[in-house]
Design a protein around this ligand. Sequence first.
Ligand SMILES: Nc1ncnc2c1ncn2[C@@H]1O[C@H](COP(=O)(O)OP(=O)(O)OP(=O)(O)O)[C@@H](O)[C@H]1O
Length: 267
Amino acid sequence: MSQTPADTTASDQPFIKVADLHKRFGANHVLQGVNIEIGKAESVVILGGSGAGKSVFLSHLVGLMLADEGQVLIDGCDWKQMDRKQTYHLRRRFGMSFQEGALFDSLNVFDNIAFPLRRAHRTLKRGEIKDRVEECLEIVGMPGIANLTPSELSGGMRRRVGFARAIALEPEILLFDEPTTGLDPIMTSVLSEVIVDMREKLKATTITITHDIRSAEMIANRVVMMFQGRLVHEAPRDTFFATQDPIVRQFLDGNAKGPATAALIKR
Ligand SMILES: Nc1ncnc2c1ncn2[C@@H]1O[C@H](COP(=O)(O)OP(=O)(O)OP(=O)(O)O)[C@@H](O)[C@H]1O
């Protein structure tokens, strides 16, 4: 039986369910059996070293990559069972923000944020688009900058405009891939607060990849650690950072020596 997102809203499934997810690129077995369930409006932060498979995992959540084995269910819908139209509708429930904001440099801030609105709602009037763009800029704490071009923005501002574009279609699920990388500690805290604010205003489920421990502490309800393609440790935010799990401890303390290094050398 074919599924549509609307078929499943009343289901008692977890909102997001990933079961025994595997992904290989040739001989590189990147995801080696990822399992996680995420509830509606939860905020999960994924920590992990370079090459652990975090971005590949995020791509599976939004259906940009499909599982070799296992399942990724969003509100009961399996990406692998979706036809093109269903894929389009399911993907519209996501808002994504990548490193650097990924803005279109040839468009001003207004047109960057209006871009997904115009594409998804062809009949929207100019005034409706203007209202929504202004609302999104308010939410990310940057009202009144719609006429600026990306080249006139600082790194932190570009990220916020990227956030504003990600929430233009009022997504239910927000994905952030290293939203604060390369920013100073103050701007990192400001952006982490913006993420919390956006999540609360949209009541969105949020999944964030970050290397920044302080940002993780601010954003997360739950933290998970990815290591060599598996989620090796997870805990509520308040207990995660006190864990004695040796791999997590090495990562949090930034030690060059430890079980994570030993495992990487053996690979
Ligand atoms: N499209 C692709 N084709 C082939 N290999 C890929 C592809 N995307 C990712 N990989 C490989 O998958 C592995 C995991 O990459 P991924 O980007 O998910 O790591 P990550 O945990 O996000 O690391 P980082 O923190 O450095 O961004 C790497 O070995 C990478 O080379």
